[in-house]
Design a protein around this ligand. Structure first.
Ligand code: 13P
Length: 255
């Protein structure tokens, strides 16, 4: 079963709208591997304008970086999944470690967000991953298992198919330190087996699992060549068009 190759850029709280437009113009103009699904998770303020720009540009899609777990109400400053769906944004990131850390989002809350996003018709990029302390005590696989169990495993087979899992070890985010290809492969394979056990083998084989944490043009090839790594969720390096294009073009040729 062949899975989708995915290069997702998470711009986080970076770029003015004009800078975002320039970045997208450069990405549109570039020679890219057409078999790669490229997703740009941009600030909320950029979504409508960039959506107009990339319309009909094939495999270039937009994502929001977060959404609320309710569709409307007295939640000042929040954006709901139905608002995103209404402007045709296909993807939303849920559970990024920065939101877990700085906004105190826990597995239970994230379960609600995943449910609300899928109910609104969005596809979810669900982030999981351990910090350095957990990694040092060799509990990283258990840690991720609990994250998946508590936030995702109440979904049914049909729903889980609309989820991309992003494994992002916190100790590798923005630090320049990358998980080794073997460390990424170990976790991705474990996640795939967890999904197979919870749902069935076919679902486990089909689910897309991307790696995030200091992915760069210089290491993408090696990481993307791991059998259970279906691509990357890229932070800093996605803000540089040339570097990100190189990352998009880093997948092994189809066998
Ligand atoms: P960096 O690529 O900057 O380490 O960020 C990874 C990340 O958090 C993507 O969501």
């Amino acid at each position: 079963m062949s899975r989708q190759k995915i290069a997702a850029g998470n711009w986080k709280m970076n770029t003015t709208l004009d800078e975002g437009i320039e970045l997208v113009n450069n990405l549109i103009a570039a020679e890219k591997d057409k078999s790669v699904l490229t997703i740009l998770a941009v600030p909320f303020t950029h979504l409508v304008t960039l959506d107009k720009k990339i319309k009909s540009k094939g495999k270039l899609k937009l994502a929001a970086q977060n959404c609320h777990h309710k569709n409307s109400g007295a939640f000042t400053g929040e954006i709901s999944p139905s608002m995103l769906a209404a402007i045709n944004i296909p993807y939303v990131i849920i559970g990024h470690s920065e939101r877990r850390q700085f906004n105190f989002e826990d597995n239970q809350l994230l379960k609600g967000k995943v449910r609300a996003a899928l109910d609104a018709g969005l596809k979810v990029i669900f982030c999981c991953g351990e910090d350095l302390e957990v990694r040092k005590t060799n509990k990283h696989i258990l840690h991720v298992k609990i994250q998946l169990e508590e936030s995702l495993f109440s979904l049914d087979v049909k729903e889980i198919k609309n989820v991309i899992i992003a494994y992002e070890p916190i100790w590798a985010i923005g630090t320049g330190e990358t998980a080794t290809p073997a460390q990424a492969q170990e976790m991705h394979n474990s996640i795939r087996r967890m999904i197979s056990r919870q749902y069935n083998k076919r679902v486990g084989e089909a689910i897309n699992i991307v790696y995030g944490g200091s992915v760069k043009a210089s290491n993408a090839k090696e990481i993307f060549s791991q059998p259970d790594v279906d691509g990357g969720l890229v932070g800093g390096a996605s803000l540089d068009a040339k570097e990100f294009i190189e990352i998009i073009n880093s997948f092994p040729p189809e066998s």
